[in-house]
Design a protein around this ligand. Structure first.
Ligand SMILES: Cc1cc2nc3c(=O)[nH]c(=O)nc-3n(C[C@H](O)[C@H](O)[C@H](O)COP(=O)(O)OP(=O)(O)OC[C@H]3O[C@@H](n4cnc5c(N)ncnc54)[C@H](O)[C@@H]3O)c2cc1C
Length: 430
């Protein structure tokens, strides 16, 4: 049994290592060390290109912490490396990035069943089992060929923040659609003139994230950040994303001075996105400024808005729930290019895709991990029809709802439910 894995980043190394440990012969391709993407610098695999943090280590109160625990239980090599390379970082799991990548590279290079090939793959393999994990900076030729298979391919992210529904202050918001045309899919957050002016002043002076040189042109051509739009004039937003017309506030019976609309992100209505609020503000600034909107004063931001260079396919159209292509069941894909976002999310999807691939390869019936786990919820999210598909990171909002009021209890119960489902999955695939 032989499998080509293309890309030795976070997802690719997880997949290669899992497969090789089950007797599959793996050829692992990467352009490194002969060539590098604009963000990669190290000759080692599984490079952390920016922050050295793998986010929270709180298993029972934070979705990123829970995801890591799910992966540990499934035997993730990146989680072993993180434990070995960890550095003190309060409640987060941060690592010495060189040690982290070196540990993984040694494991991969010394594995008798992994052959590492330094080569740029320019075409999607035509036949035979393969797994693509070329990441957010997939090289141009390969991206072009992949596009033919995947149908659509996006080259940057421009996402608005996503908010937990139960953190919206409904005393300052109302449900409804513009001119009542719709099924109540929006929550509207009105602002008075004074509230708008204070918000506006904070927005235009808030600190923005720095884009890399290679990102600037593409990102801003595609979509204008709300803070740049605002800087065009004090009233621009009131004719754009904060347009109040057609939105009768039941408290006053009138249109407000400005109104933000939140749109359901999932069918159950547990998460909402801020319509038209693509932003490049730093994360703490998003929290500070957007919480000035009265209905969002206690908002829990499940995902902050981002604008950056990012290659990803339209997974809801292209993929089966097991990370294989609908049109090519022998071809798998994992990592950030599928629309999961972040180091750990990418590694997790590589591990899961490898589990599914190995089962298919050895003729075992497929078992899909429960959507009660973060791993399962993420893969469900990226393969569920969604006309506004945007990448997603680990958060509790993508899990099936739990009917408990207290937020802390809710998260703990979700985490316990998830870990029980992981154990169940392990027993099913063993
Ligand atoms: C500038 C930047 C900053 C980021 N900062 C963060 C952050 O702070 N925190 C966070 O969680 N996430 C961050 N991300 C996202 C992060 O990069 C990904 O979540 C993660 O690395 C994705 O893992 P992956 O395996 O999908 O891709 P990668 O880790 O990027 O691995 C892809 C591999 O494929 C190789 N490759 C590409 N094309 C080819 C080809 N044609 N043939 C052969 N090999 C190829 C590349 O050399 C690379 O080694 C950042 C991304 C970028 C671009």
């Amino acid at each position: 049994m032989k499998v080509k894995v293309i890309g030795a980043g976070l997802a690719g190394v997880e997949a290669a290592y899992y497969l090789a440990n089950r007797g599959v012969k793996v050829q692992l391709y990467d352009i490194k060390p002969n060539a590098f993407t604009p963000a990669h610098k190290s000759k080692d695999f599984a490079e952390l290109v920016c922050s050295n943090s793998l986010k929270s280590s709180d298993v029972y109160g934070n979705a990123a912490g829970l995801l890591k625990e799910e992966m540990r239980r499934l035997g993730s090599v990146t989680m072993v490396a993180a434990e070995i390379a960890k550095v003190p970082a309060g409640g987060a799991l941060a690592v010495n990035r060189e040690e982290f990548s070196r540990y993984i590279t040694d494991k991969i290079k010394s594995h008798p069943d992994i052959e590492c090939v330094s080569e740029e793959i320019k075409k999607v393999p035509q036949d035979g089992y393969a797994l693509i994990a070329t990441g957010p900076l997939t090289t141009a030729d390969f991206a072009k060929d992949l596009q033919k298979l995947a149908g659509a391919l996006y080259f940057y992210d421009a996402s608005a923040p996503i908010i937990a529904a139960d953190s919206i202050d409904m005393e300052h918001a109302f449900v409804g659609d513009r001119y009542n045309r719709g099924d109540g899919d929006h929550i509207n957050c009105p602002m008075t003139k004074d509230e708008y002016i204070a918000f506006y002043d904070a927005l235009i002076s808030a600190e923005r994230a720095t884009l890399h040189e290679f990102e600037k042109a593409e990102v801003f051509e595609g979509c204008m950040p709300v803070e740049i739009m605002a800087a065009r004039g004090r009233d621009t937003l009131r004719f754009g994303p904060l347009k109040p017309v057609g939105l009768d506030d039941p408290k006053t019976g009138r249109w407000a001075y400005a109104t933000l609309q939140l749109r359901k992100e999932d069918k159950a209505g547990t998460t909402y996105n801020m319509v038209g609020f693509q932003t490049n503000l730093k994360f703490p600034e998003q929290k500070r400024v957007f919480s000035m909107i009265p209905a969002l004063k206690n908002a829990e931001f499940l995902r902050y808005g981002v604008m950056h260079r990012n290659t990803f396919i339209n997974s809801p159209e292209a993929l089966n729930p097991d990370y294989s292509f609908k049109t090519r069941p022998d071809l798998f894909i994992a990592g950030q290019i599928t629309g999961v976002e972040g180091y750990v999310e990418s590694a997790g999807s590589g591990l899961l895709a490898a589990i599914y691939l190995e089962r298919k390869l050895s003729g075992k019936p497929q078992v899909i991990i429960s959507e009660n786990t973060i791993l399962g919820a993420l893969s469900k999210y990226i393969t569920t029809p969604n006309k506004n598909f945007q990448p997603m990171n680990a958060n509790f909002g993508i899990l099936p709802p739990i009917d408990v009021r207290d937020k802390k209890d809710k998260k703990r119960i979700a985490a316990e439910r998830s870990l029980a489902a992981v154990e169940q999955f392990i027993s099913e695939i063993s």
